[in-house]
Design a protein around this ligand. Structure first.
Ligand code: FAD
Ligand code: SF4
Length: 437
């Protein structure tokens, strides 16, 4: 076991859903790119990576330069190459789509260059001369890591406080293992920390071990990158039974340790978002014979990505649409779910009750917001649990900044990376007494 990650953890049975490119494959694909001026793919990337530029460098054999172009915009370029929903971001805007030709596989080309760079141990950035200023960051997820790295480039001292023993946030504990496994995320974190001078204090919960307000005495500025909180409860009878879990909590157990699936004949995943789809595919991948997603909306209105759901179907995922759980039943652990159908207005249809047998239930109906942690601080505005900031991550309290899921309500790794970097530049401007560009 290293960094809270067991070597015999359940996620190791998964293979990469999209394998990496060989050199020849990368060259063929890179040479298809038109290197568009005013490229739409750049605008679709939240971190604004110069995509045609990094692809052009692959065509000339300059993999190091290609990786530098990516990391200059997004220091989490290696994980983003694996986990980004490129189908709805850069790839969806590629001009090839309008020509009835397959779009450029931007994610796989990005993976080619960044994997190479990290495997070779290439370093592109050095810490700046010591500014004498110190920043405390809450959480060691993508937002804080991107922020910390950029702050070090400007010479600021950085301490990250992380409540878990593992680092990397949901990149380590949440992302589906057929996209990226925990050890790959931890390897990326180690490479990012390689810039030097980023102190990471694991096992420290801000608000418990250190009072939130005390951070102001310890540091000249604070970045809040704590992500989202615990899985939302359904609040129906029987939810306390063994075998009923929050999906994010169960996924974390599966990624870091071993989860028991022996004897589970049927797993029901409640919800219709991307976490629900991941949980369906993961439960099937772990060998559970029947896995059903139970969602109160219809297939066309599900909040999860359609391309992800399409991938779940051939793997054996199935669904009960427009249905809700009214109670769980079992003696010690869950044995069955009592359910009801809803009409198009999401109203229960009388006489539509049905029962599903299940030995495992995963609740993927959302996560709590952690904004409440800052609730007592004057000047900090919280809206629906999210921290309110300006476009660059400054809150209404002097010296306090925020980014990632706790600010945007829960988006993607690439958004957290973009917001973390932007906040670092705002913090640098704050120290310099200037305004963010
Ligand atoms: C199941 C799941 C699958 C996902 N899959 C994808 C995907 O395939 N692609 C994609 O792009 N995005 C995916 N996402 C979303 C993505 O993981 C997040 O948007 C991203 O990780 C947000 O980064 P963050 O740094 O804001 O928060 P997090 O990654 O959540 O990191 C926050 C960190 O703060 C720590 N923390 C919290 N409170 C405290 C405290 N009080 N004191 C100290 N530390 C604290 C937490 O332990 C955590 O390590 C997924 C999310 C989930 C839940
Ligand atoms: S839009 Fe497509 S073809 Fe144009 S630069 Fe981007 S990846 Fe290349």
């Amino acid at each position: 076991m290293t960094d809270g990650i067991a070597s015999d953890r359940s996620e190791t049975v998964f293979k990469d859903f999209k394998s990496g490119f060989s050199r020849e494959q990368a060259l063929v694909e890179a040479n298809r790119c038109f290197f568009c001026s005013d490229a739409p793919c750049i605008k679709a990337c939240p971190t604004q990576i110069d995509i045609p530029q990094f692809i052009r460098k692959i065509t000339t054999g300059n993999v190091k330069g290609s990786a530098r172009t990516i990391f200059e915009s997004n220091i989490l370029g290696m994980s983003c190459a694996r986990v980004c929903p490129v189908e709805v971001l850069c790839v969806s805007t590629c001009v090839y789509n309008g020509l009835d030709q397959p779009p450029i596989q931007i994610g796989k080309l990005q993976r080619y260059s960044t994997d190479f760079a990290i495997a070779e141990g290439w370093r592109f950035f050095a810490a700046g001369p010591d500014s004498g200023k110190s920043v405390g960051l809450i959480g060691a997820g993508p937002a804080s890591l991107a922020c910390a790295h950029e702050l070090r480039r400007h010479g600021h001292r950085v301490t990250i406080y992380e409540k878990r023993t593992s680092i990397g946030g949901l990149n380590t504990t949440g992302v589906a293992p057929y996209k990226m496994k925990a050890d790959c995320s931890v390897e990326e974190v180690a490479w990012i920390l390689g810039i030097g001078g980023i102190e990471v204090k694991t096992g420290v919960t801000i608000g418990v071990d250190i009072a939130v307000k005390d951070l102001e005495q310890l540091h000249n500025a604070v970045f809040f990158g704590a992500g989202l909180g615990a899985d939302t409860k359904l609040r129906v009878p029987g939810e306390h039974l063994a075998g009923v879990h929050g999906a994010v909590e169960w996924i974390e157990s599966m990624k870091l340790a071993r989860v028991a699936t022996a004897g589970v004949q049927h797993c029901v995943v409640v919800g219709g978002g991307n976490t629900a789809i991941d949980a369906v595919r993961e439960a099937r991948g772990l060998g559970i014979p029947r896995v059903t997603m139970l969602y109160r909306g219809s297939e066309v209105k599900m909040s999860g990505y359609a391309h992800e759901w399409r991938s779940a179907l051939p793997e054996g995922g199935c669904a009960e649409w427009q249905a809700i759980v009214t109670r769980f039943e079992g003696s010690q652990s869950v044995e069955r779910l009592h359910c009801q159908r809803l009409d198009a207005q999401k109203q229960p249809i009388s006489g539509s009750d049905f029962v599903l047998d299940a030995q495992l239930v995963l609740l993927a109906i959302g996560q709590s917001k952690l904004g409440t942690l800052l609730a007592g601080l004057e000047g900090i505005e919280i809206e629906g649990g999210r921290i309110v900031t300006d476009a660059h991550g400054s809150t209404g309290r002097k010296g306090w900044f925020a980014g990632g899921d706790c600010r945007n309500g829960g988006k993607e790794v690439v958004n957290a990376a973009a917001e973390g970097k932007s906040a670092a530049l705002a913090i640098h401007a704050y120290f310099s007494g200037g305004k963010h560009a």
